[in-house]
Design a binder for this molecule. Structure first.
Ligand code: AHN
Ligand code: ZN
Length: 332
């Protein structure tokens, strides 16, 4: 016969058991960590590619450093197994200067119709017109972040694609002559439509390297290397490629980079994705740093002599690079 004492003991034991079971389910129920499909993006490697570009000095069109860095980018893309095309052109700057410019294109899986376009500008600005010191306004800048960072991430993407191919075709374009727009100190050159910027991408959008070139979508990387950078949903990207923005930002969150990719609206920026959207009609987004605490609303050292390697973070390069990789390896 069960005594009251025994019944209580059994009940107690049973309740412990349910507790234990509940605990067990509680431990296995939490959402499993997201399993990424892409190979590891190496932030050190991307940092090295930024440093290499900066070591050439400013990469301003019509200078020897610009030619040398362009040659380096072509040879790196070839080393990473891309099919490389150089689009040489002469474009006219706001002041009439003829710029000898070169868009550099590296393609993978040329047989694939389904393609993703990844791009960044590789030239650097001839003016530090946002520098605190007016004596610096006419000096070219190193462009570690503005120019170097996007290209550095994409060279690391190229290196990884060579070791493991994604299922889609990829075209990487390094656009030239993005950053030769009217300087802030020139009052006699009105540029109401911002047409003096993005000369290389404007040229390519009208004269693509492949006749009628199409991609499913495009991703522009501009100023993606600063320590603590935050990327917001840029205006043109939202207007032309909202689903691409959603895909990239949600992928970043899945990977644990929600502290870099903020799901809020940022500014509206004339950048290389504008001609790609408006002329080539490829829905394209701009991953670009906004900083509400900065006078310019961009990176704090934007268009100043301070845009050097000291502002570049391997962690930021990794957050952006891994996100872009994951997006392209998810493509079928
Ligand atoms: C304008 O200043 C009109 N657009 C910013 C694009 C840019 C310049 N990105 C890097 N440098
Ligand atoms: Zn710039």
């Amino acid at each position: 016969m069960m005594t009251i004492k025994n019944i209580i003991a059994v009940c107690f034991a049973l309740s412990l058991l349910t507790c234990a079971c509940n605990n067990k389910t509680a431990k296995t129920t939490p959402v499993e960590a997201y399993q990424k499909l892409s190979p590891d993006f190496n932030g050190d490697s991307a940092y090295f590619f930024v440093d290499k570009q900066v070591a050439f000095g400013p990469r301003v069109p019509n200078t020897a450093q610009h030619i040398a860095c362009g040659d380096y980018l072509v040879s790196e893309l070839k080393r990473f197994g891309a099919d490389v095309q150089e689009q040489k052109m002469v474009v006219t700057a706001y002041d009439g200067t003829k710029l000898n410019a070169r868009n550099i294109i590296g393609s993978y899986n040329l047989d694939k119709k389904n393609r993703v376009l990844l791009f960044a500008h590789w030239d650097t600005r001839p003016y530090s017109d946002q520098d605190q010191n007016p004596a610096n306004h006419h000096k070219p800048l190193l462009g570690a972040n503005d120019g170097g960072s996007g290209v550095g991430v994409l060279l690391e993407v190229a290196r990884i694609i060579q070791s493991k191919s994604p299922e889609v075709g990829i075209d990487i374009i390094f656009f030239d002559a993005e950053d030769y727009g009217v300087p802030a100190f020139k009052k006699d050159y009105p540029d109401p439509t911002n047409a003096t910027w993005c000369l290389g991408s404007q040229y390519w959008a009208k004269n693509p390297h492949v006749p009628n070139y199409k991609a499913k979508y495009g991703i522009l990387l501009d100023m993606v290397g600063a320590d603590g950078a935050k990327f917001y949903r840029e205006g043109y990207s939202k207007e032309y490629a909202r689903n691409v923005l959603d895909r990239v930002w949600s992928t970043a969150v899945q990977l644990g980079y929600g502290n870099y990719f903020i799901n809020k609206d940022g500014g509206v920026t004339t950048d290389d994705h504008v001609p790609v959207n408006e002329v080539r009609r490829i829905p394209s987004i701009d991953i670009i740093q906004f900083d509400e605490n900065s006078d310019t609303s961009f990176y704090h050292a934007w268009h100043t002599q301070k845009d050097d390697m000291s502002g570049i973070s391997k962690e930021t390069l990794k957050a952006v690079g891994q996100t872009v990789l994951e997006v392209i390896y998810k493509e079928k």
